[in-house]
Write a protein that binds this ligand. Sequence first.
Ligand code: TRP
Length: 454
Amino acid sequence: MSKQSKKGRAEFSSSFGVIAAAAGSAVGLGNIWKFPYITGVYGGAAFLFVYLGFILAIGLPVMLSEFIIGRKSHRNAFGAFKKLAPKSLWQYIGILGVGAAFMILAFYGVVAGWSVDYVVTALSNGFADQSPDQLAVMFTSFIESPVQPVLYQLLFMVLTGAIVMLGIKDGIERNVKVMMPVLVVIIIILNIRAVTLPGAGEGLRFLFHPDFSKLTGEGVLSALGHAFFSLSLGMGTLITYGSYIDKKNNLLNTAVKVTIADTLIAILAGVAIFPAVFAFGIEPSSGPGLVFITLPNVFQQMPGGYIFAILFFLLLTVAALTSSISILEVVVAYFHEELKLKRKIATIFATALVALLGVICSLSMGIFKDYTFYDLNFFDLLDWISANLLLPLGGLFISLFIGWKFGRKKIRAEIENGGSISELMLSGFIFLVKFIAPIAIAIVFLSGIGLLKI
Ligand code: TRP
C-alpha cells in the first residue's frame, strides 16, 4: 500500500530508505573521482584531516538545517522558503538552488557518461597492453570526440530521468535500496584487493600520515568546498529529500549516519586507489585523470585487473546515478509544485533541458573548445559557477536562515520530533549555523571569486 501524507504528498517508506536515498545523493563522483585526486594534489593525510574537521563543524550542521527546512515545509527547494518565510527575499535561495542543480547535473552527467563508457571499455578488455601514454591519449581523444561521449551522457541522463519519473517511492527509494548495498560490496572488494598488493603500505601511509607542510591555503579552501559538494549541500537537494521524510524520523540521527557513510566511502575510495597507485610506482598527484588514466594503467598491471577494472567503473557509475537522481529531483519537484506541471511532464522537461546543457558541456571539451570565458570552457565554467558561487551562497543563506530566522523553539521541535537533543547540543548547533558556518563559507566564497587572498 502506498504511504502518503495527508495532502497526498509522497514520502519515503522507511528510515533505511531515507538513509539510502540521502547517502546515495551524497556518495557520488565527488567521493570516488574527485576526493582521491584532490587529496593527492594537496598532500594526502593533512588534507584529509582538515576535510574531516569541516565535515563535522560545518557540513553536518548544514545538512541538519536542510533536513529541517525540508521536513518542516514539505515543499521543494523554492516552495520551502516561500512557505516558511512568506513574501521575503529568502525564497530566492531556492531559485539559486534550482539554477545550481541545472548546472551541476549538466557537467555531472558528462563525467558519469565517461564512466559508463569505461565500463564498456573494461568489459571489452580495452586497457590491456596500452602504455601509460596510450591510455592518456585514449582518454583525451575520447572526451574530445563529438559523438561517443555525448551518446553516453544522453544514455546516463535517460536512466536518471527514468528513475525519477517513477516517483519517490517506486523510483528513487526502490532503486537506491538496491544500488547502495551493491556499491558498498564493490568498494569492499576493491579495498581488499588494494591492501593485499605488495607495496600497498606506502599508499596507506600517504593517506593516513599527515604532512602539514604540504597543505596550502588553497588546499584548505578546496577542503571546505569539497565538503559541501560531497555532502550534497547548498542547493536544496537535501531540502527536497527532507520534504519526503516522515514526521517520526530522527533527523539528527539521519544526518549523522549520512555524514558518516559519505565520509567513510570517500576514505574507502582512497584506500582502494592509493595503495594500488603506489604499489605500481605511479605518482599520486595526477589530477582529474587519476581514475580515467592512472587507474586503467594500474588495473592492467594488477593480477585480476580485468575484473577489478569492470567493478571499479561500475562502482563509479552506480555512485553517480544515485546522486544524479537527487539533483534532477530538485528541478522536477520545483517544476511540479511551483509551475504546476504533471510530475511526468516535469521530469521529461527537466531531463531534456539538463541533457541539452550537458551536450554543450561535452562538446566544450572538443569542438567547442575555443569558446571560452575567462579561459574556461563551458564545462569548466558551469563547474566554477556552481562550486565557487552558487553552492557557497546557498549554504551561507541556508545556515543564516536556520541560525537567525527560523527560531530556537522551532529548531528544537523539529529535532525532537522523533529524536531528542540536550540544551547544550542545541546551543552548540545554533552557534555553528549562526556564526561558524557563515563565516567559514564567506571566506571560501570571497577567495573563490578572488576578492580575498589566502
Ligand atoms: N554529492 C554528490 C557527489 O559527491 C554530488 C551531488 C549530489 C551534489 N547532489 C548535490 C553536489 C547537491 C552539490 C549539491 O558526487
